[in-house]
Design a protein around this ligand. Structure first.
Ligand code: DP6
Length: 348
């Protein structure tokens, strides 16, 4: 039974993630056109507090980001909540006050929608438990949170799980689903246990295309079918590599995914070039460094110019000095952020 007079507060901290195989193109209600797999980050997190209180009739929402009211986000969340009435039938009986903050700066190449939407989904699932006075099993809780997060932002579905997560149906992973992400934990090769992600800030300019608009570019894209076939193959191979620890293939697959994403944006209509000259120069230097040293560092990119450098923890000192001496001159104010594989969201 629902307690409509309940008042409460829940707080979750939820991370961003970086896709190794990219979700690019969707259909229907947030259904991905291909499976994706990502590494969950540790340091880049959204901390969200959701306070709820009884009201006569919905919808009442107050949203603050880093202490300031944010009407645009507030509207987006309000629309999102309106769409969740079937999943959370209690939603119109409560007013909401939500405050959110990120541990990472804006426009740095870290997907803030992944951390924010996963945090919101987790808060709503915890609220459901409180107003019904009934706890869900962990697996069921996570599945629902991932499903709700996906409706907010596809990549957010993967942030519900630590380590590595898979979203999108594939015969290569029997538990996979288009509706929610699932953890990829079993049989992970130990080399990926402490994988590093150094995020290089090439430019903090506002994005020219939102990822939501970007996904639309795949509709009627001349290479759409070839892309979805490629993504399926890369997905299957990447899962194999995550099990075997074959870093040579890992490097090849991850870079191929990043550049395919940008290739698709460049030859879509309208076309977008989100890479900056310094992104390309950094890519050249990363490849040359790898060729010379045999250190298996590789890069990946989201829909923007900033670079995620991925490498095993044992190479940290070497990669750090390479970044300082050879890459920092290409970066905005020489800036980069350190991150690594994380353990997933935390309820506070
Ligand atoms: C390039 O998850 O941000 O980062 O579902 O429209 O919110 P929406 O898109 P979003 O797209 C992410 C695209 C990507 C690749 C990825 O994370 O898989």
């Amino acid at each position: 039974m629902i307690d409509k007079n309940k008042k409460g507060s829940v707080i979750w901290e939820s991370p961003s993630n970086i896709a190794l195989v990219k979700y690019w193109g969707k259909r229907g209600i947030q259904i991905p056109c291909n499976p994706s797999v990502s590494m969950t980050l540790k340091n880049a997190v959204t901390k969200m507090q959701l306070d709820y209180y009884p009201i006569q009739k919905g919808n009442q929402l107050n949203f603050e980001f880093e202490g300031k009211s944010q009407p645009i986000f507030e509207k987006r969340i309000s629309n999102f909540l309106d769409g969740l009435i079937e999943d959370f039938p209690f939603i119109n009986d409560f007013g909401f006050s939500i405050s959110s903050e990120n541990t990472f700066p804006h426009s740095t190449g870290i997907a803030s929608s992944a951390s924010a939407m996963s945090a919101l989904a987790l808060c709503l699932c915890s609220m459901q438990e409180e107003v019904y006075g009934q706890k869900l099993e962990t697996e069921e809780f996570n599945r629902k949170a991932s499903y709700i997060a996906r409706l907010g932002s596809g990549s957010a579905s993967r942030s519900i799980y630590g380590a590595y997560a898979v979203w999108g149906e594939s015969s290569a992973f029997s538990k996979s689903s288009n509706d929610y992400a699932v953890p990829f934990a079993k049989y992970l090769h130990p080399i990926f246990d402490s994988y590093q992600d150094m995020i290089l800030l090439v430019s903090s300019e506002k994005k020219k295309v939102s990822s939501t608009a970007g996904h639309q570019l795949m509709k009627n894209h001349p290479y759409a079918n070839a892309r979805f076939a490629q993504a399926n193959t890369n997905f299957e191979k990447t899962l194999g590599v995550l099990r075997s620890g074959d870093l040579e293939n890992f490097v090849e697959l991850v870079e191929n995914e990043a550049l395919s994403l940008h290739g698709l944006m460049m030859n879509s209509n309208p076309s977008f070039t989100l890479l900056k000259p310094n992104t390309l120069e950094a890519i050249e230097r990363i490849r040359e460094y790898r060729r010379m040293t045999k250190i298996p560092l590789c890069f990946t990119l989201d829909a923007g110019p900033n670079i995620h450098l991925l490498f095993p923890k044992s190479d940290f000192d070497n990669v750090s000095s390479f970044v300082k001496t050879e890459l920092s001159e290409l970066l905005e104010d020489g800036k980069y952020l350190l991150d690594e594989k994380g353990e997933g969201p935390r309820k506070l």
